[in-house]
Design a protein around this ligand. Structure first.
Ligand SMILES: [Cu+2]
Length: 622
């Protein structure tokens, strides 16, 4: 299925001193070739470019990801011109390469941090000073989250220290920012995929608290594809596969990204998306051809609401979780692309919606010859018109004459037994444990506590105040008004039964060692409700174990589904005078099985600026 290795490009990569003990496939600039011959008549030129593709060999994908600055050109939507930028990259590439392996295989990634030393940064918020320290997260994977041999104690993070045994890291992100992979250091990660791991579209990116927005906003992200039985379905195997890394790199007028203020100010103002570093690429298809498109929102803030003119999208996987049936998503009407100036809320039609961090896989069957736009339609990310993300054309599809129509796959599609529904009976048989967690942004001045709406959904719990003299460590103070002097809190608000062990009951921002941590027993099955007290759609993400979404705003879903990231509904009510919180609450409710792995991991808002400012909690499974 994959294109031949392009040897000249391979030499280019080797010049980057990158070790690749695996199959490296570099698709050439594709020119409408879908495998049925090279003798293409002259036609429209395809400008869609696939990321580098590194595949496992003999059951192992062993790769070294060197981190370095990359000087390259990017299309600047603000000026309409290409601009020279110098941004942080993984593997000398934006986006980072696609890593591809199969269910049951071993993934080994050595991160070598060749970035220059952390600059001396006067930011009063300490954890926001480590722009060039890093770590790695494999988003969506159900893998061991801790360190081998575990549990390693601080300073567990320095594998280069000569008097420490070599450590091997699982999907471990609970670093104190001071002890991440510092410039000049390296770290070995190892992820063993179980045989029942759901095959699908995942991704990887840095996750060091305080620098994740700057690094992902710089372009440090790549797709991670786990292949399995779904990919063996003949009609899916026959479809040409395109990888779409939607990214919106952030940089200042000089083409660099060197202060947290530059990412903090993108709230509601993120640059426009590109696909694999190309602005509005053109894809050429043949009429009747079926293609498989893997989509990843690797931005830092904005949502995507995707629809292809004149074509139904057949979605069969969300966040790597396949479904038994194809979900047909009809094209949205042109009229919805330019909404009225002051629309009432909740009137935006939805295509395929991807919050930051979400992935989806769709099949598309090319219709009649012609030119079609792949668009992201306007979508509300918060209350009132200021919270609407504008529509945009993200790619152009040119359909040419074709003589060999292809088929969509028959249903049902194969689904891993790992994704069996979590029933009421299963939850009850494990004790019916429930927890409530709150996402909430609160001003730190006037003093915390002033003007906060009481939390009425469960036992009221106060925001834990910063210790005397430590406010600067907790709260981002120096940046744009929309983000400064606020506490970004992920708090706890009770449990059922109220005696649930391991349930803290405080609002406290993630501050390294001070983070609230949910203690969970291995093998337990629980139901959690995440409450949103703000009027923005915080996307909630939890590591290691996927969520089985059963209710939104307390209303049971007719068709529960699996996800690892979900944008919460926003509050549409206006805060009363003197208050910052709306009087109503929104929520999602999901169930999880805490199976197979003990260890330390996190849950957080995937608006990475919010995460870096503290909207995160720990989870420890014992
Ligand atoms: Cu958020």
């Amino acid at each position: 299925m994959h294109n031949d290795v392009k040897t000249s490009s391979r030499r280019d990569f080797l010049r980057l001193s990158v070790t690749v003990a695996a199959g490296l496939t570099v698709p050439p600039l594709l020119s409408g070739c879908n495998g049925d011959g090279d003798n293409q008549p002259a036609g429209p030129t395809e400008t869609f470019v696939q990321p580098m593709d590194i595949r496992s060999e003999r059951g192992v994908l062993d790769v070294t990801l060197a981190l370095s600055y990359l000087t390259t050109t990017l299309f600047n939507p603000a000026t309409g011109k290409d601009q020279l930028v110098t941004l942080r990259s993984m593997f000398g590439s934006i986006p980072a390469p696609t890593l591809r392996l199969r269910v049951g295989e071993l993934l080994r990634i050595k991160v070598v941090n060749n970035l220059p030393p952390n600059p001396s940064d006067p930011n009063p918020t300490k954890h926001l000073r480590y722009h060039n320290s890093t770590n790695l997260h494999t988003h969506g994977l159900h893998v061991y989250p801790d360190i081998y041999p575990q549990p390693a104690a601080p300073p567990y993070i320095n594998p280069n220290a000569p008097n420490l045994p070599p450590l091997v890291f699982g999907d471990f992100v609970v670093d104190d920012p001071e002890y991440g992979i510092q410039p000049g250091q390296s770290r070995q990660y190892e992820y063993r995929l179980r045989d029942d791991h759901p095959p699908g579209t995942y991704w990887y990116h840095p996750h060091l608290h305080g620098s994740s927005a700057m690094q992902v906003g710089s372009g440090m992200a790549g797709m991670l594809i786990i292949e399995g039985t779904i990919d063996d379905v003949p009609q899916i195997a026959a479809a040409r596969e395109l990888v779409f890394d939607f990214q919106a790199p952030i940089y200042d007028a000089t083409g660099t990204l060197e202060t947290f203020a530059d990412v903090a100010q993108i709230t509601n103002n993120e640059p426009l998306f590109m696909i694999n570093k190309v602005r509005r690429p053109r894809i050429v298809m043949k009429s009747g051809e079926v293609q498989k498109w893997r989509w990843l929102n690797a931005g830092t803030f904005n949502m995507l609401n995707l629809s292809l003119d004149g074509h139904t999208l057949y979605q069969y996987s969300h966040d790597g979780n396949t479904t038994r049936t194809l979900k047909a998503v009809a094209p949205l009407p042109d009229s919805a692309f330019t909404p009225p100036t002051n629309p009432p809320p909740n009137t935006y039609p939805e295509g395929v919606v991807l919050a930051v961090g979400n992935r989806t896989t769709v099949l598309v069957k090319a219709g009649a010859p012609g030119t079609y736009q792949l668009r992201t339609f306007p979508i509300e990310i918060g209350r009132n018109s200021a919270g609407v993300i504008a529509g945009d054309i993200v790619a152009e599809i040119v359909v040419v004459d074709g003589s060999q129509p292809m088929d969509l796959p028959p249903e049902p599609l194969p689904v891993s037994p790992f994704l069996a529904p979590i029933t009421d009976e299963e939850l009850a048989s494990h004790g019916g444990l429930k927890r409530t967690i709150v996402m909430r942004v609160i001003p730190s001045t006037p003093p915390p506590g002033a003007g906060q709406m009481p939390f009425t959904g469960a036992a009221a719990t106060p925001l834990v105040q910063p210790p005397p003299g430590e406010l600067p460590d907790w709260v981002y103070q120096t940046g744009p008004a929309q983000t400064q002097s606020k506490v970004y809190a992920l708090g706890s608000a009770g449990s059922s039964p109220s005696t649930s062990p391991g349930m803290p009951s405080t609002y406290i921002p993630f501050q390294s060692s001070r983070a609230v941590t949910q203690l969970v027993a291995l093998g337990s099955v629980e139901e959690w409700t995440i409450v949103n007290m703000n009027n923005i759609r915080h996307p909630f993400h939890i590591h290691v174990n996927p969520m089985y979404i059963v209710a939104i705003n307390g209303v049971r879903l007719a068709e529960p589904y699996w996800a690892d990231t979900i944008p919460l509904p926003y509050n549409n009510s206006t805060p009363p005078p003197g208050y910052v919180d709306p009087p109503t609450l929104t929520s999602i409710t999901f169930r999880m099985r805490f199976v197979h792995f003990t260890g330390r991991y996190v849950m957080h808002c995937h608006m990475l600026v919010h995460e870096d400012m503290g909207m995160m909690q720990g989870v420890t499974v014992v």
